[in-house]
Design a protein around this ligand. Structure first.
Ligand SMILES: [Zn+2]
Length: 300
């Protein structure tokens, strides 16, 4: 028999007690931001993903592959863009719930067409949030959800083909909002939550002023509960993004966006938007807040 030195035994005992005491805290494991980061890294490694380009085809394949065991719908349509008709592909993944109603989590996944001549991989702008939703899917998969159904939407054509305007931007979300307006889906959506550029290491999410008030309050409440309120809504700013077509149709919507990326926003839409500017921790924070927000919406 091996005898442990007394002192060590004591500390082991104390450690065991401590572990027991803190177990509830450990049990509430944080969202797996490291996994979201890995997905984002692989997705960004495809390279530029501008519509009509070879990287876009690979990005579509990546999404199909990740959700091959899920209810994946491909929403392919032809957009009348400023450079002519372009085939675009939204992806919708459905995780059914027991309650009647839908919570949408969304992002765009493509990169900017005008930036096709530089090596713009959109690590934060498209890849980070694609990875975030893929990791969230990993937690939703395999069981019928207790609350509302959760649908993940990966929008195509968020970026302008030439110069950002109401008509040259958000092609995928404008198409889907119109389609869901026509078939009655919009009326079932309890909340539409958009994530954009939230992988930034220096996370400061603005309060987007077109977003629905009660949903902003719920996200703030979720962040506060998790002790992460300092990353949320310290400044106010209106942003045009994929949520607007849903806001305009009366769907409760919020854009969770950090449009302050690098010194004087100098990484935004430049070749500087690479994975070293993105952090797993930021993805963890937003992932946790999203999951907590879903819980709060279900309790509402
Ligand atoms: Zn962008």
């Amino acid at each position: 028999m091996i005898r442990r030195p007394k002192g060590r035994m004591k500390s082991t005992f104390v450690l065991s007690l401590l572990a027991l005491f803190f177990q509830p805290a450990f049990a509430q494991a944080r969202f797996n931001g490291a996994k979201a980061y890995e997905y984002a890294k692989s997705f960004a490694a495809i390279g530029p993903r501008w519509p009509t380009g070879p990287g876009h085809v690979k990005a579509e394949a990546f999404i199909r592959s990740h959700f091959k065991q899920d209810q994946l719908e491909e929403d392919t349509f032809t957009a009348n863009t400023t450079i002519g008709p372009v085939a675009l592909h939204n992806f919708i993944v459905r995780f059914p719930g027991k309650k009647d109603g839908i919570i949408v989590l969304s992002t765009h996944y493509e990169t900017n067409y005008p930036l096709r001549d530089i090596n713009f991989v959109g690590a934060n702008d498209g890849a980070a949030t694609t990875g975030l939703l893929m990791a969230i899917a990993d937690q939703l998969r395999g069981k019928k959800l207790d609350g509302y159904s959760v649908w993940l939407v990966f929008f195509d054509g968020e970026e302008a083909f030439e110069h950002w305007s109401a008509s040259d931007s958000t092609y995928g979300s404008r198409h889907l909002a119109a389609k869901w307006g026509g078939d009655g889906t919009l009326g079932k959506i309890k909340a539409f939550i958009l994530a954009d550029m939230i992988g930034d290491k220096d996370l400061d999410i603005q309060r987007e002023t077109n977003s629905t008030g009660w949903l902003v309050d719920l996200v703030r409440q979720a962040a506060k509960k998790l002790g992460d309120e300092r990353y949320f809504f310290q400044t106010d700013e209106p942003v045009e993004d994929d949520h607007l077509p849903f806001v305009k149709r009366g769907v409760p919507s919020i854009d969770i966006i950090d449009l302050d990326y690098g010194p004087n926003n100098s990484y935004h839409h430049t070749a500087q938007d690479t994975m070293d500017k993105v952090s797993a921790r930021s993805l963890s924070i937003v992932g946790d807040v999203f999951l907590e927000t879903i819980r709060l919406i279900n309790q509402r």
